[in-house]
Design a protein around this ligand. Structure first.
Ligand code: URP
Ligand code: ZN
Ligand code: ZN
Length: 463
């Protein structure tokens, strides 16, 4: 099947130009003005539309066990929702259970995605235990296209690993070319504050945020970067939430270190004030690191603009308010951590970034598609519109208006952190490997059509 997108404006990370895009099968074959209408079996008129590389969200948690429950979107509902919002690739996290091989976790997560994923997906591996064979297992996983590993400096006794383990993992990636992704918060100190807080009878959702200070994040970011420097390895800080943490990344980059970081729409647009909502509604915003004081928000936008931050991901980790968040009604530590977002990333960042003059159109594309593709070993298959690339293309209507919320979203979750946010700019059609999977608000893709992506090590992280 061939498909011609005519009269659109192609937006890439480094340029914007009027062009037609010819797609043959799953790939882009030509990008230029004046491709004749009879060049393809199907023609879509893209006049007035922007043609963007499909969005890449490198931080999602579909069907993820957490605190006795499981995130409410699985690979079907979550990737379908992602597609509605213009994301055509996700990289999700498999979790090594302590005392087991990473390979088992990879098989488990392939099983979760099998027959369900509606868009292409890659996997990071969360390392909880190096045991005796963990370093060789990491090499084995890199050969399977798992080119990144997440390690936790928080959640003692569950996911947290010590500095020696982090240093060993970083040293291994300096050889095998994978990228270590760090959840950077000082889990030991936080745990002491949490216990003190509970002992004082403070159990409401807001205390989740108050027991995880900014300094605990900044210290851990500093330590993660120092360990990476000693190991001669790059490092990527996930879900960075505060100015203090950002300063650590900026300082490292200014010294020429290969330190990278992402932030998420909720840290850019919401503050700790949300957590004071009555009737336990603050629980909707319990995620980690927590929402911060609003003074941080413009600093993060500035970090995106000046490349101190390289990626916007969502950390999509939804739990329903009615029957999951409520598990922590009497104790904030039992509220499952995480919030929904995979569907609304492009809409929110386009509206609040591009429309409001904080980001150029090209920087927007770089943050939501090109830079994640490069850093995580998917470029130029993903993250651009060029001959030979996968035909993952969003036909973006810059004039389309949307009110974000449960009434309009497709994520399997009973609330939105952005309920009532009005945005301008939304998908009209979404194309994944040459197939129109979303058209005018209808989903046309088949569950299971998404392919597992074998990602390359050294995916541009050194450039
Ligand atoms: O609260 C969060 N972020 N939940 C997902 C797990 C993680 O740390 O990314
Ligand atoms: Zn994390
Ligand atoms: Zn996460």
């Amino acid at each position: 099947m061939s498909l011609l997108l005519r009269n659109g404006t192609v937006v890439l990370a480094d340029k914007t130009f009027a062009a037609d895009v010819l797609i043959e099968g799953e790939f882009v074959s030509e990008v230029r003005a004046g491709i004749p209408e009879n060049a393809a079996e199907r023609v879509i008129d893209a006049s007035g539309m922007l043609l963007l590389p499909g969005g890449i969200d490198v931080h999602t948690h579909m069907d993820m066990p957490f605190g006795g429950t499981t995130s409410s979107d699985d690979f079907l509902t979550g990737t379908r929702a992602a597609a509605f919002g213009g994301t055509t690739t996700i990289v999700d996290f498999a979790i090594q259970a302590r005392g087991t091989r990473m390979r088992d976790a990879l098989d488990t997560w392939w099983g979760k995605a099998e027959g369900k994923a509606c868009i292409d997906y890659g996997l990071h591996m969360i390392v909880t235990d190096l045991g005796t064979s963990g370093l060789e297992d990491m090499d084995d996983l890199v050969r399977e296209g798992v080119a990144s590993f997440k390690l936790f400096m928080a959640y003692p006794n569950v996911l947290m690993v010590d500095d020696g383990t982090i240093f060993k993992a970083l040293s291994q990636t300096s050889k095998n070319g994978a990228l270590v992704c760090m959840h950077a918060e000082n889990g030991g100190a936080i745990d002491v504050i949490v216990q003190r807080t509970l002992a004082e009878g403070k159990t409401a959702p807001i205390y989740h945020a108050l027991s995880r200070p900014v300094t605990a994040e900044a210290e851990a970011v500093h330590r993660a970067i120092a360990l990476a420097e000693m190991a001669h390895a790059p490092v990527y800080i996930v879900h960075l939430s505060s100015e203090a943490a950002l300063n650590q990344v900026r300082e490292a980059r200014d010294r020429g270190l290969p330190a990278f970081a992402e932030t998420c729409p909720h840290y850019l647009l919401l503050s700790i004030d949300e957590m004071d909502r009555p009737n336990f509604e603050g629980a909707k915003y319990v995620l980690t690191p927590p929402l911060r004081e609003k003074e941080n928000l413009p600093k993060l936008w500035d970090g995106l603009k000046h490349d101190h931050l390289q990626v916007v991901s969502t950390d999509h980790c939804p739990f329903c308010f009615a029957d999951q968040k409520v598990l922590g009604k009497d104790d904030f530590t039992k509220i499952p951590n995480g919030g929904p977002g995979v569907e609304n990333r492009l809409q929110l960042i386009y509206h609040h970034g591009v429309n409001q003059g904080k980001l150029s159109l090209n920087r927007f594309v770089e943050l939501v598609a090109t830079s994640p593709a490069r850093i995580f070993g998917m470029y130029p298959k993903k993250g651009t519109i060029a001959p030979g690339s996968d035909a993952d293309i969003v036909i973006w209507d810059p004039e389309a208006e949307l009110t974000i919320g449960v009434a309009t979203h497709h994520m399997r979750v009973d609330y939105s952190m952005f309920e009532g946010f009005q945005v301008k700019g939304n998908t009209r059609q979404v194309i994944s490997r040459g197939e129109v999977i979303v058209d005018g608000g209808k989903f046309l893709g088949k569950p299971g059509r998404g392919n597992y992506l074998r990602r390359a090590a050294r995916g541009g992280a050194w450039k």
